[in-house]
Design a protein around this ligand. Structure first.
Ligand SMILES: [Zn+2]
Length: 220
């Protein structure tokens, strides 16, 4: 855990529908083929990358971070990050979205299944290990409407990812320096809420609040 850890405000009690944090347990699959090219992410401006400033402002208010590094993944997902992202992180985002789209198509969904439809924010992690000691970069939030649930850790909850905006589709994941398979899973899982929002509003509502049970993956 970093020294400068600040508990971020609860966004859940403020905007129950527009922001969802997921504290889902995530497995640590390895990313296939995450080795070869050392592509060095190009730093670009917010306009060049096409991330709307309102969405950035929103993500910043939820995370209390400042995103001023903008780039794109090889498949065209837009990225806003607190630091220059590693090439492995960009590939993990692509992989997570690709896995998400496969599951979404299997469910018969069609909307929002392009990498370019997504903005992924890479935020600072408030912890890098979970209570069992496993590598787990997560963000801390005030428990809000998760208070008293299994996710509540003394008034704080740790989230692997969250959704700051549905239109445009955006998600936040914490910075990883290893286990990029986990990072891909966080993207895939947070992305499920976005895919459901754009394709099946009823199922979206039923699965949006994890305090009522239910975790990821939602789409098999
Ligand atoms: Zn979730």
């Amino acid at each position: 855990m970093k020294n400068n850890t600040r508990t971020r405000p609860s966004m859940l009690s403020v905007v129950a529908i527009t922001a969802i944090a997921c504290a889902a347990l995530l497995g640590g699959n390895l990313l296939p083929g995450a080795s070869a090219q050392r592509l060095r992410p190009q730093r670009r401006s917010v306009q060049e990358v096409g991330v709307d400033r309102g969405t950035v402002a929103r993500a910043e208010s939820y995370t209390r971070d400042r995103f001023d590094y903008f780039t794109e993944t090889p498949r065209g997902a837009r990225v806003a990050a607190v630091n220059r992202p590693r090439a492995e992180a960009l590939r993990a985002i692509d992989q997570g979205l690709s896995d998400l789209f496969v599951a979404a198509r299997r469910a018969g969904y069609r909307a929002g299944l392009n990498h370019a439809d997504y903005v992924v924010f890479i935020a600072r992690a408030d912890r890098t290990r979970d209570s069992a000691g496993a590598y787990s970069p997560d963000m801390a939030f005030a428990a809000g409407n998760y208070a008293g649930s299994v996710y509540d850790r003394g008034g704080t909850m740790y989230a692997a990812g969250m959704v700051p905006s549905y239109s445009p589709a955006a998600l936040v994941v914490a910075e990883h320096d290893r286990d990029f398979g986990r990072m891909a899973n966080v993207v895939r899982y947070e992305g499920e809420h976005l895919v459901l929002y754009h394709n099946d509003r009823r199922r979206f509502q039923e699965t949006a609040d994890h305090t009522r049970g239910g975790a990821h993956p939602i789409l098999q």
